[in-house]
Write a protein that binds this ligand. Structure first.
Ligand SMILES: [Zn+2]
Ligand SMILES: [Zn+2]
Length: 232
């Protein structure tokens, strides 16, 4: 296969590769037909605040959010955190496969509403020690294409993590909320009066994003919307 590839390359006929699996991509595309199908955006009717699927007649809001809405005004996401999308996110995050970044950035930018306008994009912050360990903040990377398309700046310093919380994965929702309470600090000079799109790679229970949004609003942000690649 490598020999074929290098011959094609030599002949100036390099084949476009699927960004997800490396197989030949469809004509002019970035994905092969099977990955393209697996990564189709989810078009089912969903609650606009938490993303659970809803019967079409429910009017965009689930009963849970109607009773106790999250602190954000909209949630945008590409798909469920499962299958190929989950594999790609994990590979990007922990396998340091930075080549996947472009594809995931495109999916994240595509999940934001066309014509959406925010004063700033704010990545969910990692603690500095984790940032050093991983070398990059994947939530920030996901914002880059959207920033270019919308002209909204990425303002990392609007929100920072001031305390490392225990890993969320072993906790239930209530424990997760307590675990992240007070873990962030927003810079009022940057956030006050601004509309913010808060971005993260995955939303599980939403406890971390809730705390981030509450912290930004307490610092005077005019409104917060949330963008994630995948929702659990
Ligand atoms: Zn593929
Ligand atoms: Zn809901």
């Amino acid at each position: 296969m490598n020999r074929v590839r290098s011959l094609l390359h030599w002949a100036g006929l390099s084949v476009r590769r699927c960004r997800a699996c490396g197989e030949a991509a469809a004509d002019g595309g970035r994905l092969c037909p099977s990955c393209a199908e697996m990564l189709q955006p989810d078009a089912a009717p969903r609650c606009r605040l938490c993303g659970v699927s809803l019967p079409a007649e429910a009017g965009g809001l689930c009963a849970v959010c109607a009773a106790a809405p999250p602190p954000w005004e909209a949630l945008y996401f590409h798909g469920r955190y499962e299958g190929l999308l989950r594999e790609l996110i994990l590979e990007y995050k922990f396998g340091r496969n930075l080549g996947l970044g472009r594809l995931l950035m495109e999916l994240a930018a595509g999940a934001a509403p066309a014509g959406g306008a925010w004063d700033m994009l704010v990545p969910a912050p990692l603690h500095a020690s984790r940032l050093r360990w991983r070398g990059f903040n994947q939530s920030r990377e996901l914002c880059r294409l959207l920033a270019k398309r919308t002209g909204a700046p990425i303002v990392d310093r609007a929100l920072s993590r001031i305390r490392t919380a225990a890993p969320q994965s072993v906790l239930d929702k209530k424990q997760r909320l307590a675990n992240v309470a007070g873990a962030f600090r927003a810079d009022a000079a940057l956030a006050a009066g601004r509309s913010v799109l808060l971005a993260d790679d995955v939303m599980t229970t939403g406890a971390t994003l809730s705390e981030c949004a509450r912290t930004l609003l307490a610092a005077g942000a005019a409104c917060v919307e949330v963008l994630v690649l995948a929702r659990d």
